[in-house]
Ligand binder design. Structure first.
Ligand code: TRP
Length: 330
């Protein structure tokens, strides 16, 4: 089947904890759609977690299991795609070691994610953090991937990957395709408190939340803070309750009617939120059904990851061997 596909995709997440509705909308639904058209590799980038979280070894395996369950429940499908565990294929890291010679420290210091993390957080950067995008380049190039669907913040990493591929190919002969970044259209769904949705803020709705937990979170969502009574005119723009309605409520007429009445002070927040909770729970119902099926045996999701990893191993080894050979090491 692979020969019918349009090319090869490699993308992934750092396993930092359970996935939430922001991941689903921004990323996972779009990855799931590409599985038939491309040969897909989905990477659990556990080595990358160490760049920020090395002092929490006890979290890594359970975070990996959580991410895998959420990925599979979201429609990523082991019959159509492969799942790979970065740390179990150390050729990723070994290739990164080789690639470290094809870029400069100055170049890596200019990478925006690095600049932001070191300047804003006023942190004393580790060598691992500086070389984060070199490892990411190896993740991508070791599969000779053509396309890398990522969020906007990751595009500079893809640019570096292209530079490394070019440098390698010029120096040692055509080896790695120059991959294209594919911007996943981020829905930019705010958190339930209207800040950026982030696990560490406790403002997410998790894919693993029950309908009851989801309803509870929706009912206590941030809304127009200046509106004290249901008869006060309310603001719809920038109000996360309405941003969620736009995304999750398939009944556009109802949403339009809510907006009109909200602006006129003719509907209460409670009614608007109650309907949102229902719509959101309906939206998530198929995902929850798959999740219930999957978690009957809690080992299933991790087994899928480990089987995918073993299936990918010969390909990864061959491509690493080719790089070693071309660089004169074999
Ligand atoms: N850096 C990515 C992120 O934080 C995760 C990642 C690691 C990745 N290796 C990758 C993404 C390779 C795409 C391709 O989201």
């Amino acid at each position: 089947m692979a020969e019918k596909k349009k090319g090869r995709i490699l993308t992934g997440h750092r396993p930092t904890g359970p996935r939430h509705i922001g991941h689903l909308l921004g990323t996972l639904e779009q990855w799931a759609k590409m599985q038939d058209d491309y040969e897909c590799y989905f990477l659990i980038a556990d080595l990358h977690v160490l760049t920020t979280d090395f002092e929490h070894p006890e979290r890594i395996q359970s975070n990996i299991a959580d991410v895998m369950v959420d990925w599979l429940a979201s429609g990523l499908d082991p019959r159509r795609a492969k799942f790979v565990r970065q740390s179990a294929l150390m050729e990723h890291a070994q290739l990164a070691l080789l690639f470290g010679n094809l870029t400069t420290v100055a170049r890596l210091e200019r990478v925006p994610t690095y600049k932001e993390q070191t300047q804003q957080l006023n942190l004393n950067p580790s060598a691992g953090l500086l070389t984060y995008p070199v490892l990411q380049s190896a993740d991508i190039l070791i599969y000779k991937a053509n396309l890398v669907p990522v969020g906007e913040d990751q595009l500079p990493h893809i640019e570096l990957t292209r530079e490394i591929a070019r440098k390698f190919n010029t120096q040692y002969g055509e080896t790695f395709p120059e991959p294209e970044g594919l911007l996943t259209k981020t829905a930019r769904l705010p958190g339930t408190d209207n800040r950026t949705m982030h696990n560490s803020y406790g403002n997410t709705i998790r894919l693993g939340d029950t309908p009851e937990e989801t309803t509870k979170k929706v009912m206590s969502m941030y809304t127009d803070p200046t509106r004290l009574r249901a008869t006060d005119p309310g603001t719809v723009e920038g109000n996360p309750v309405f941003e969620y309605h736009d995304v999750f409520n398939p009944n556009a007429d109802e949403v339009a009617d809510f907006k009109t009445r909200y602006r006129e002070g003719k509907v209460g927040d409670v009614e608007v939120k109650r309907r949102l909770a229902e719509a959101l729970n309906e939206y998530l119902a198929p995902l929850r059904a798959r999740r219930a099926e999957l978690t009957k045996d809690p080992k299933t999701a991790v087994r899928v990851l480990d089987e995918g990893t073993e299936a990918a191993r010969p390909f990864v080894k061959a491509n690493f061997h080719e790089a070693m050979h071309k660089m004169g090491l074999i």
